[in-house]
Design a protein around this ligand. Structure first.
Ligand code: 13P
Length: 252
């Protein structure tokens, strides 16, 4: 596979946390301390906070994204959000298939693929989330699950996307995948990508790791050949800890 330099991405997934004043405070710290980051930086706030974060980080090298979108471009879908509404709110990214959407809202592999296409149609970059559950790992089915999720997510041939490997057993548990375990999964995903989108596409796709990433474990993870950044939950609620994780991407 050709040697390509992949600029890391460090993304904050705030999930269902923060109110406007807290979001503003986070933005103030980032504006004061981010400098020239060694990574692309993205923040995924809840929908009602998108405008606060867009305003608070205006002019900063930070992109914003939605945590989900509906697969249809518009229509009678109460409670859902369309890709074009996210784009209109200043988003350039959207999460697709986060494990909490899959488990709490029954999102199927197939639906995640439709959402990825809807994202691209609205000029958003889908950050497609994949990951096995603990029982699946214990049963030796990790690669089978990741292969199935990847195939369905890319079935419609989205023109652009990046991936996040988030083993479900590591999300919010404090139990991070070891660098070796993460690397093994990332290498598998890149090889699978090669079969689906060709070597060049596979070599340029960023594969982020997510699951209990903290300032203290980020450097060892980013040092892995196929780990291209992070999707951070809990540790990205605090601006300084998020900044430290971004900083870890410049140390290697
Ligand atoms: P934690 O970093 O809190 O484990 O969450 C990971 C995650 O789900 C990011 O999308």
């Amino acid at each position: 596979m050709s040697q390509v330099v992949r600029r890391p991405i460090v993304a904050a997934n705030w999930k269902m946390h923060k109110v406007r004043a807290e979001a503003r405070e986070f933005c103030r710290t980032v504006v004061g301390e981010l400098g020239a980051p060694p990574a692309e930086v993205v923040v995924f706030p809840s929908f009602p906070l998108l405008d606060v974060v867009a305003d608070g980080l205006a002019g900063m090298p930070v992109a914003i994204g939605g945590q989900d979108l509906h697969p249809e471009p518009s229509g009678p879908h109460t409670g859902d959000v369309a890709g074009m509404q996210l784009a209109d709110a200043g988003c350039t990214w959207v999460l697709c298939g986060h494990s909490e959407r899959r488990s709490e809202h029954g999102e199927s592999d197939e639906l995640v693929g439709r959402k990825a296409l809807a994202a691209v149609a609205s000029e958003l970059t889908p950050l497609i989330c994949l990951g096995e559950q603990l029982e699946e790992r214990r049963a030796g089915r990790t690669f089978e699950v990741l292969g199935r999720q990847l195939e369905a997510a890319l079935a419609g041939g989205p023109q652009r996307f990046e991936l996040a490997y988030e083993p479900v057993w590591a999300i919010g548990t404090g139990e991070t995948a070891t660098p070796e375990v993460a690397q093994e999964a990332h290498a598998f995903l890149r090889a699978e990508l090669g079969r689906r989108v060709g070597d060049e596409g596979a070599a340029s796709t960023r594969i982020l790791y997510g699951g209990s990433v903290k300032p203290g474990n980020a450097a060892a993870l980013i040092a892995q050949r196929d780990v291209d950044g992070f999707l951070v939950g809990g540790a990205a609620l605090d601006a300084r800890s998020f900044l430290a994780i971004i900083g870890a991407c410049g140390a290697s």
